[in-house]
Ligand binder design. Structure first.
Ligand SMILES: [Zn+2]
Ligand SMILES: [Zn+2]
Length: 253
């Protein structure tokens, strides 16, 4: 009986409180130390439902695509799923222009560091410095703009923003690979970066034979020091585990 009355009171409160609850919606996201971003908030029911549905859809797709063992915790998988949702939105070409261009993740890299000549810096606009291997992963499949500086930080000459992998070449790689080429993974091309097997900064050509589609998770894995390795052997991609044993490649159809 008490339960019944409590439910009636709760129902009445929910109806009256709908506007009040909506007004309490908030989201804080800010960069903290060590390049992390702290997220905290309360979402109204519609936005919350959309978030949970989108996260659920990404997590479901990952569960179906069983590519090796997944040692991430559920919280880590949710964080990765949110990243995937944001990146896919940023990758869409129909987004509004802001300041003459579409919003994108910006990484500033010292040319000397890329050429392996100097211990330069690589910096994300909002979260700060990143290590060289992360910079190189971003640069596998990005648009670059050259900025020449005179002296300390006086821009002298600014080039045009050009994609490293031209759209036509990217389409050819998509037609060949369809999705992530990591053995056992079947994430579609919209989840993938075009990875340079030999990085262009190390003299690798931007050519279809040196490019391979890898989903964000596997792209991160092949760039991680001491992780999975990927090289061209007789013109074919060869994956090896961290212990050096080979992984069977899924030949493109
Ligand atoms: Zn790469
Ligand atoms: Zn993959």
């Amino acid at each position: 009986m008490v339960g019944f009355w409590r439910q009636q009171v709760d129902n009445a409160h929910d109806l009256r409180g709908d506007d009040a609850a909506h007004a309490r919606r908030r989201l804080h996201a800010s960069a903290t130390y060590l390049g992390m971003v702290r997220v905290d908030g309360d979402l109204d029911s519609e936005t919350g439902e959309a978030l949970l549905t989108a996260l659920g859809a990404v997590l479901d797709a990952e569960t179906r695509s069983r590519a090796g063992q997944d040692d991430r915790t559920s919280a880590q998988r949710r964080a990765d799923a949110l990243g995937e949702i944001c990146r896919q939105w940023l990758d869409r070409s129909d987004r509004p222009m802001i300041g003459g261009e579409r919003p994108h993740v910006t990484l500033t890299v010292d040319a000397g560091m890329l050429a392996g000549r100097a211990a330069g810096m690589a910096e994300l606009d909002r979260t700060g410095a990143v290590p060289e291997e992360i910079a190189k992963r971003h640069l596998c499949d990005a648009s670059v703009m050259r900025v020449a500086l005179s002296g300390r930080s006086q821009p002298m000459d600014v080039g045009r923003r050009t994609p490293i992998v031209p759209p036509a070449m990217r389409r050819a790689v998509i037609v060949r690979d369809r999705g992530c080429r990591f053995p056992g993974c079947d994430r579609p091309h919209s989840w993938c970066d075009a990875h340079h097997i030999v990085h262009w900064a190390d003299g690798g050509p931007t050519a279809v034979r040196n490019l391979l589609l890898l989903c964000r998770r596997h792209h991160r894995m092949v760039h991680a020091p001491g992780g999975f390795r990927l090289e061209l052997l007789d013109g074919r991609p060869a994956f090896t585990r961290p212990d050096g044993s080979p992984l069977e490649d899924r030949a493109p159809p």
